[in-house]
Ligand binder design. Structure first.
Ligand code: PEP
Ligand code: MG
Length: 576
């Protein structure tokens, strides 16, 4: 039976392929039968994996005490040890191996699904939150079973495979970067959740907030993903399929044409040069930034170096990552954002449960609470700064005291390098992300202390409109054209320009060509976005006239009603 599901398109284009139902990082789990005479050794293999994770947790204790409050860390290790040793995880899968004659990985996956379902029904919020811990421990066991992380028995089929998931953490999605899937769809997620942002960086047609896709779609069903319209068609009939095949070809052709703009300068009709930078999550992303002609890196989300691992990256490891990026991008400016951990990006080991994590100890707040962790990162960034042009960007500032404290800690990191006789760029510039309404409204005092600012519209919209970025139930309320957002953006850009301080936008709207002229009209000259969007935005810049954009933007800023804003936006985008 053919049917259509509607969601939010997050990465444009059309993919046609077979569904592969995914459950978190357990995507790589193969299912095969084990002959009766091998069951005993399969169970022994499972026991060995449990034992090796026990040792891993013990070793973790040695590695992590330096940077994490000891009591909290002990509690984390003890909890994970308890989960590991509980018979529901260490014994039940062996019963499944016995009863189903299946491999240990599959038995573990089935048992985990059971456990997660039971956890979802728990009313106590604290206990419900322990679901993530159970999953993390099971994933460790799975990795131990697989021996080599990253082994994927499905590799050859990836190009025709659409990943269908209920929920994914950004950590899960980042693993997909090593793969080559055709499309990606999930039930949960908002337009700017970090899961969605990483999904967008996979650069394949993607739709989120589908609510029921994981339940309605069966393994191996043929699906069309229209990432532009936010539509998924399951089991399409012949006519629909051939129509979409034509559309897909047209889309691919359009992508090819855009590639010709790679070396063009991004200059408006009236001769203004616009800087188009790339947002990256991992050092490897630099290749796609270069392929798409980025002027530099406008946002390196360094927290991704801290995810998907049992330990924390050392100063040396971070230094190598930053040096790799700065060298690879030659002399282009690289804006390294200090880690924005917390909220929906929790490294293993940070088990703090907050009722409202987005309003909790996140980003600079966490850095100031864990100054040793911050110190190592600052030293690593400063050390890398002697190899090119690095700028430091501080996330989620909400008051000037945080700026003073961050500047003080940067000065301390510099002093410690001086003592060690290690060189760094003494002129390194320090910027702040403007992504909290309080920062936007007090921008003048922020500009006095900072060398540059970058507007994080994903969070600015979340905090101004009071909509959780990760909650698909309120995803429809995400509105970058809300009059309040337009006023804040225009205020920040105007103040920064008047103060002669560089200002950029690095939230998802910077990569939306339908908003490019509005931002130009407000006076923005620097954009930072996912590399995949760069050429489409460049094409828009090349056909834009700044004076005309400014005239219509002024009218948009005076408009109060969404309908009026919409019709003026149409005018703005259809002139020239
Ligand atoms: C933002 O908030 O717009 C931003 C760029 O930062 P992040 O999406 O990583 O929170
Ligand atoms: Mg942000």
């Amino acid at each position: 039976m053919s049917f259509t599901i509607h969601g939010a398109g997050v990465s444009g284009g059309i993919a046609i392929g077979r569904a592969q139902l995914a459950s978190h990082a357990l995507l790589e789990v193969a299912h095969y039968s084990v002959p009766k005479n091998k069951i005993r050794s399969e169970k022994a293999r499972f026991d060995r994996a449990i034992k090796s994770v026990g040792k891993e947790l013990k070793d973790l204790r040695k590695q992590m005490t330096a940077d994490i409050p000891e009591a909290e860390f002990e509690a984390f290790i003890n909890l994970h040890k308890m989960i590991l040793e509980d018979s529901t995880l260490s014994e039940e899968p062996k019963k499944i191996i016995d009863s189903m004659n299946c491999n240990a990985e599959w038995a573990l996956k089935l048992q985990l699904d059971n456990l997660l379902e039971q956890f979802s029904k728990i009313e106590d919020a604290y206990l419900r939150e322990r679901k993530a811990d159970v999953r993390q421990v099971a994933e460790r066991v799975l990795k131990a079973l697989l021996g080599r992380p990253g082994t994927n028995p499905l590799n050859s089929a990836e190009k025709n495979t659409i990943i269908v998931a209920h929920d994914m953490s950004p950590t899960d999605v980042i693993l997909f970067k090593q793969h080559n899937y055709a499309g990606f769809i999930t039930d949960l997620g908002g337009a700017t959740s970090h899961t969605t942002i990483v999904a967008r960086s996979l650069n394949i047609p993607s739709v989120v907030a589908l609510h029921q896709a994981r339940t309605l779609i069966r393994e191996n069903e043929l699906i069309i993903v229209d990432g532009t319209a936010g539509v998924v068609i399951v089991n399409p009939d012949e006519i629909i399929l051939s129509e979409y095949e034509v559309l897909r070809k047209q889309w691919l052709l359009g992508q090819q044409k855009l590639k010709r703009l790679r070396r063009n300068r991004a200059t408006t009709i009236d001769g203004a040069d616009i800087e188009l930078n790339a947002n990256i999550e991992l050092p490897e992303d630099v290749s796609s930034a270069k392929e798409n002609g980025a002027t530099g890196v406008g946002l390196f989300r360094t927290e991704f170096l801290f995810l998907n691992r049992g330990d924390l990256p050392s100063e040396d490891e971070q230094f190598e990552a930053y040096r790799h990026v700065v060298r690879d991008m030659k002399n282009s400016p690289i804006t390294i954002r200090t880690f924005d951990l917390g909220a929906d990006k929790q490294p293993d080991g940070f088990t703090r449960v907050a009722a409202n994590p987005a309003l909790g100890q996140r980003a600079i707040r966490l850095c100031l609470a864990e100054p040793r962790l911050f110190h190592h990162q600052l030293r690593a960034i400063l050390r890398a700064s002697q190899y090119g042009h690095i700028r430091i960007l501080i996330p989620m500032l909400s008051n000037v005291h945080e700026i003073d404290q961050a500047l003080h800690l940067i000065a301390e990191a510099k002093e410690s390098l001086d003592v060690d006789g290690i060189k760094y760029d003494g002129e390194i510039t320090i910027g702040g992300m403007i992504e909290v309404p309080a920062a936007a409204l007090s921008i003048d005092s922020f500009l006095k202390k900072l060398d540059f600012v970058s507007i994080g519209t994903n969070d600015l919209i979340q905090y101004t409109l009071a909509i959780d970025r990760t909650d698909d139930a309120v995803a429809h309320l995400y509105d970058p054209l809300h009059p309040a957002i337009l006023q804040l953006l225009s205020h920040i850009i105007g103040c920064a320009n008047r103060a002669n301080k560089p200002v950029a936008v690095c939230g998802e709207i910077a990569g939306d060509p339908s908003i490019t002229r509005l931002l130009l009209g407000m006076g923005l000259r620097t954009f930072s976005m996912h590399p995949a969007h760069l050429l489409a935005v460049k094409q828009k810049v090349l056909t834009s006239d700044l004076r005309e954009a400014a005239t219509i933007t002024k009218k948009i800023l005076k408009a109060q009603h969404p309908d009026r804003i919409e019709s003026l936006m149409y005018k703005l985008n259809t002139t020239s």
